[in-house]
Design a protein around this ligand. Sequence first.
Ligand code: AMP
Length: 283
Amino acid sequence: MQIIASPKEMQKQAAAWRAQGLRIALVPTMGALHAGHEKLIAHGRGLADKLVASVFVNPAQFGPNEDFSSYPRRLREDAEKAEAMGADMVFAPTPDDMYPAGHATWVDSPELSTGLCGASRPGHFRGVCTVVLKLFMIIMPHAAVFGRKDWQQLAIIRRMAADFNLDIAIEGHPIVREADGLALSSRNAYLNPEERAVAPHIHAGLALAREAAQKGERDASRIISDVSAYFTRHMPGCDIDYISIVHPENLKPLQNLDGAALMACAVRLGKPRLIDNILLLDQ
Ligand code: AMP
């Protein structure tokens, strides 16, 4: 498996592929690859001739008290996995490659970035938008695949792609879950056995909310307080960062469910902060 670290070298490779008329798909990751990433890579594989997986723990999207330094880094293992998953190339730059001295330009989408995860992670999506736009300029993909687990991220990238007239198809892949419902995440490795045992209640609580909405419940605050009570009852000691019901595209909070509605949450369970979401009503 070829690993490229240099943005210039990657750009040259991408330009050569394009000159041959080949289509490129990108799956951006922070590494510690798991079966969720595998599904994204398989999806991207079907969209293009060349599949590039990027592996970059982006310092710009971590807050000062977040897990940037402890985030799992195992590039060699990830490169082997990426190859087995069907990637043609891994782009794995260093922070200095991506943010050389003097870097001073940032991309932000404040209207979509201040709620949900953005409320407790100020600056996070500015870091995400900036690095994703840089990856787009370096890898020049025709398509890029993102997971719906990070729904807010996907909505922001879609917005950015539309606002900047990017000629890149942004694909959202459904959430990949463990058999017990827990959404796969590199951060699940931080859960101790007791926390891991109760963690599926995050998805179970959201599924109850969907059931209530599908049965006709329209009051968002009632659904939210029921899910909050469920989490507290089944995951004692969990710290709920937020449980929100928003419009799936503009991410504005909804009081009443009278059309498409997304419930999203972030819950700290011991060390890791886990996120999940579910569409309550599709339209
Ligand atoms: P990460 O390495 O955690 O930054 O994730 C890289 C990409 O994989 C992002 O687009 C995530 O949304 C996506 N992803 C991570 N976990 C899952 C999952 N369980 N299901 C679907 N997509 C996922």
